[in-house]
Design a protein around this ligand. Structure first.
Ligand SMILES: Cc1cc2nc3c(=O)[nH]c(=O)nc-3n(C[C@H](O)[C@H](O)[C@H](O)COP(=O)(O)OP(=O)(O)OC[C@H]3O[C@@H](n4cnc5c(N)ncnc54)[C@H](O)[C@@H]3O)c2cc1C
Length: 573
């Protein structure tokens, strides 16, 4: 049990709620200029959480554990979690690599929630800024997968908000950062075949329903370039290079295993715009890469490595990683190889001129050759957009890459764009509910998790956590810390006295001091009209059905994932 800070037990006299609109025509929350006279013990904490990834379930767990059901406030707390897929866990199910099953153990935290009667899961429910009657359907994924969650029950924020005192946005980052300025990229006006954002490939191999139809064909694909040098880039390289028998017992679906078994991939280059000292992947992931059997890696040596060592100085972790990157790994067959390449930014993805790959597919990459510039912290230039790969880009520690004007061209039968994720802006029609969104950073506008409007004013009772709040940085452990910190802050805000609120400009009261009872009317109506909402029992059935499928196959897999929402819903009867 997590300790409850004493300050939550204070009893506030009055809380005044203020609804703030950011810009004309944009209503942030429904009008609720209300005065509340209840004590904190009576004030309901009724929370809607949007998204069931780690930030969602760690937030729910922290709050419910902090206010036990048998404590004075316990019966005034309810948590409703909405998820647009029938399945919970977010990127734990659809992002984390299939050969990292130990990372997925955090799902137990979610399972613990199911024993608390105050927690409810509403799967297959997409919360949108568009009115549910609207014909305008936003395309949450991308041009690559114009999937609109056709089987989900859609309800709007306007229909949800009156039912809750508190809204927590934990809907992650489900779009790719574009490389639109690079001709031939997946986000350019003329995308080439086999140029795929990492998000697409990862979601495809993890059986995300929005990407299960992605046309991935690895026959004839011999050389792959991955743009970007983070852990996701290494995940992709590893899945493409690992022997199929090392993947066959993971939760990769049979369809994906079939495609991987037909692969001709023999070389993967993981390419970064800066030097070895600026890679974003971790030692653990890199070590794992080197342990793939029968894989050649030629190391990084010479001037580039010396420069990297000089730049990282005495940073212990970086030094250890550089030490590993320096060593080469030989193998006798030499059939497959992995290379790290540095000081390259993609200038253009060029079409294949034949050689067995489909017409219209990528065949080469023209790379800008960069040089590293080290500047003093005071002269760090302002950040450039994510697709400005060809410009001077500041690094975290004032090391920048700048094009020299020289270019090189290398073969690539497939390109994976691994340059980060961003959240969807949730904006509605004129007059509807618009989520304050930071376009530049690609995340919900917030200060320490409190959502703020365009002027930086706190929107009462609305919070964000995880990747939707911080952007696509951090692993599950840091997402958990973030969710815990947000939960504590939220409870502070909710149970704070008026006196303590007035001491701080940044704290805010609830969204609604007396939220409507039960679940949103629109949800009930949608179910009456045939919409399927997946509760915890429904999820347990889907989970069991996936395990049964694997058992029947008899291949020793834990589960055979459903790749389509219709197949998931079919098991509910
Ligand atoms: C490819 C990849 C591999 C990774 N591997 C690891 C690893 O090995 N180890 C590790 O510690 N971390 C790993 N991470 C990081 C980890 O997955 C994240 O830190 C974590 O998942 C972020 O959690 P989140 O809850 O913020 O977002 P998410 O996990 O993305 O969850 C968001 C949820 O919100 C739902 N949603 C979105 N929009 C709506 C809506 N409008 N209505 C209802 N629901 C909605 C989504 O369907 C999703 O279920 C990896 C990340 C990626 C991308």
């Amino acid at each position: 049990m997590l300790p409850r800070p004493a300050r939550f037990r204070q009893v506030p006299p009055l809380i005044r709620l203020v609804s703030r609109a950011s810009t004309p025509g944009r209503t942030l929350i429904p009008q609720c200029q209300t005065y509340s006279t209840e004590t904190s013990a009576e004030r309901p904490l009724k929370i809607a959480i949007i998204g069931s990834g780690p930030s969602g379930f760690y937030t729910a767990s922290r709050i419910l554990n902090s206010i036990p059901a048998d404590s004075p406030n316990g019966q005034n707390v309810q948590v409703h979690m909405y998820e647009r897929l029938p399945t919970p866990y977010g990127l734990v199910r659809y992002g984390v690599a299939p050969d990292h099953p130990e990372v997925k153990n955090c799902q137990h935290k979610f399972d613990e929630l199911s024993s608390d009667a105050r927690f409810k899961f509403f799967g297959n429910v997409l919360i949108s800024s568009q009115p549910s009657s609207s014909q305008t359907i936003s395309t949450p994924s991308s041009a690559l997968s114009p999937y609109t969650y056709p089987h989900s029950v859609r309800i709007s924020f306007d229909e949800v908000l009156p039912y809750y005192s508190t809204l927590i946005l934990t809907y992650g980052a489900s779009l790719s950062n574009p490389l639109s300025s690079v001709p031939g990229s997946s986000s350019s006006s003329k995308p080439l075949g086999n140029v795929i954002p990492a998000l697409g490939l990862v979601s495809w191999y993890n059986s995300h329903p929005a990407f299960c139809g992605l046309p991935v064909n690895l026959r004839g694909v011999e050389e792959v370039s991955v743009v970007g040098q983070g852990n996701v880039a290494l995940d992709v390289a590893r899945i493409l290079l690992k022997p199929i028998d090392q993947l066959s017992k993971t939760d990769l679906s049979e369809e994906v295993l079939q495609t991987l078994s037909e692969s001709s991939v023999r070389k993967v280059r993981v390419v970064g715009r800066r030097g070895p000292g600026q890679v974003a992947f971790t030692t653990k992931e890199f070590r794992e890469m080197l342990s793939i059997p029968d894989l050649e890696y030629r190391g990084v040596s010479g001037e580039l490595m010396q420069q990297a060592k000089d730049l990282v100085g005495n940073e212990r972790m970086k030094k250890r990683l550089l030490g590993l990157m320096e060593k080469s790994v030989k193998n006798d067959s030499g059939r497959k190889s992995f290379a790290l390449e540095f000081l390259r930014s993609p200038k253009a993805f060029l079409p294949s001129t034949g050689g067995g790959i489909d017409t219209g597919a990528v065949g080469e990459v023209e790379w800008n050759v960069n040089q590293l510039l080290s500047s003093s912290p005071t002269t760090t230039p302002s950040p450039t957009p994510p697709d400005s790969q060809v410009q001077a880009v500041p690094t975290g520690n004032t090391v920048m890459a700048r094009p020299t004007g020289e270019t090189v061209t290398r073969r690539a039968d497939m390109v994976i764009e691994s340059v980060g994720y961003r959240s969807e802006p949730l904006t509605g029609e004129e007059g509807g509910w618009n989520l304050p969104f930071d376009e530049k950073r690609g995340r919900v506008k917030n200060v320490d998790g409190r959502v703020v409007d365009e002027e930086g004013v706190v929107v009462p009772g609305i919070y964000a956590a995880g990747w939707a709040a911080r952007g696509p940085v951090g692993v599950i452990a840091s997402t958990m810390h973030d969710a815990y910190a947000l939960s504590d802050l939220l409870m502070d805000d909710h149970y704070a006295t008026k006196a303590s609120q007035s001491q701080s400009q940044t704290t805010a009261g609830p969204l609604n001091p007396t939220p409507e009872n039960g679940v949103p009317e629109a949800l009930v109506k949608a179910q009456k009209n045939g919409g399927i909402v997946v509760d915890l029992e429904g999820w347990a059935k889907i989970d069991q059905a996936e395990r049964d499928r694997a058992r029947i196959m008899g291949k020793g897999k834990e589960r055979e994932k459903f790749r389509k929402v219709e197949d998931m819903l079919a098991v509910l009867g």
